[in-house]
Ligand binder design. Structure first.
Ligand SMILES: CSC[C@H]1O[C@H](OP(=O)(O)O)[C@H](O)[C@@H]1O
Ligand code: HPA
Length: 246
C-alpha cells in the first residue's frame, strides 16, 4: 500500500519526475473522483498523485467531488495527504510565487457537501478540527523546505471562498480583518473530509497573485500563470526534499 498522496491543483496537473506504474479509475459510493489515481514513484519513493481539477484541468472548484477524491485515496491505503494549492496573497509576507504552509483555515464556502457522516450508515459525528492541518506533516514540510533552501512561511490562515470567480476588494478586506493570510477555493471541504477518514492532511499553498485590492488594478490570468510557473518549480523541489525525508 502507498501511504503518501499528493493532490495537485492549479499549476500542478502533472508532477514532473513522477514515474507512473499503475493507474486506478475508482468508483466510489460518492461518485467519480476528479481523475485517475496515478500510482508510482517520485524520487524513488512510492506516492499516489491525483489532479484535483482533473487532467486536463476541467473541474471548477465548486464542481470537484471532494468526497470521491478523499474516499478513493483512503481506499488505496493513503494515510498522509500533501495538497498543493494556488492561492491569492492577502497579508504582507504572502508575495506572489512565495509558498506558505497554512496552520489554520476559515471556510467561506456554501452548498458543498462537507461530510461523509450524513446518512443512516453513520452515527452523527463531530470531528475535532481545532488544528485543521496535520502538525506532523507541516513540520516535515518545514524541515524539507530548510533542506532544499526554499524560503517559506511556516504558518498562515487559509480562507476558502466558493469561487469560481475571484473576490472583490471588500471581500478580501473582510477576510483580512478575519485573520486570513491567503485565499483559495479548494481547501474546504478537502481538509475536513480527510480528517473525517483519519488521514493526515497538509497544504502547500503557492501564492499565484496578490488578492483583490492588494495590488493596483485587476488580477490577470497571465500574472497567475507566471507566478505559478516560478512557485511550482520550487514546490517540485520541496516535494522531492519532503519525500526524501519520509
Ligand atoms: C485563478 S486560479 C483559481 C483556482 O486555483 C486554485 O486551485 P487549487 O487550489 O486547486 O490550486 C483556487 O482554489 C482556484 O480553484
Ligand atoms: O486570488 C485568489 N482568490 C481565490 N483563489 C485563488 N487562487 C489563486 N488566486 C486566488
Amino acid at each position: 500500500m502507498t501511504k503518501l498522496a499528493f493532490i495537485g491543483g492549479t499549476g500542478l496537473t502533472q508532477l514532473s519526475g513522477f514515474n507512473i506504474s499503475r493507474r486506478e479509475t475508482l468508483k466510489t459510493p460518492y461518485g467519480n473522483p476528479s481523475a485517475e489515481f496515478l500510482i508510482g514513484e517520485f524520487n524513488g519513493h512510492p506516492v499516489i498523485f491525483l489532479a484535483r481539477h482533473g487532467n486536463p484541468h476541467t473541474l471548477a472548484p465548486h464542481k470537484i467531488n471532494y468526497r470521491a477524491n478523499i474516499w478513493g485515496l483512503k481506499q488505496l491505503g493513503v494515510e498522509d495527504i500533501v495538497a498543493v494549492a494556488a492561492v491569492g496573497g492577502i497579508t504582507e509576507a504572502m508575495v506572489p510565487a512565495h509558498i506558505a504552509f497554512p496552520d489554520q483555515l476559515i471556510d467561506y464556502t456554501y452548498n458543498r457537501i462537507q461530510t461523509f457522516f450524513e446518512d443512516e450508515n453513520y452515527p452523527v459525528t463531530h470531528i475535532d478540527f481545532t488544528f485543521p492541518y496535520s502538525p506532523s506533516l507541516r513540520n516535515a514540510l518545514i524541515g524539507a523546505a530548510a533542506q532544499a533552501g526554499i524560503a517559506i512561511s511556516p504558518q498562515a490562515t487559509y480562507g476558502c471562498t466558493q469561487g469560481p470567480r475571484l473576490e472583490t476588494i471588500a471581500e478580501i478586506a473582510r477576510m483580512e480583518r478575519d485573520g486570513c493570510d491567503v485565499v483559495g477555493m479548494t481547501g474546504m471541504p478537502e481538509a475536513a473530509l480527510a480528517r473525517e477518514l483519519g488521514m493526515n492532511y497538509a497544504s502547500v499553498s503557492v501564492i499565484a497573485n496578490w488578492a483583490a485590492g492588494k495590488s493596483a488594478g485587476e488580477i490577470t490570468m497571465a500574472e497567475i500563470e507566471q507566478n505559478l510557473h516560478l512557485g511550482m518549480a520550487n514546490t517540485a523541489q520541496l516535494l522531492q526534499a519532503f519525500i526524501a525525508g519520509q
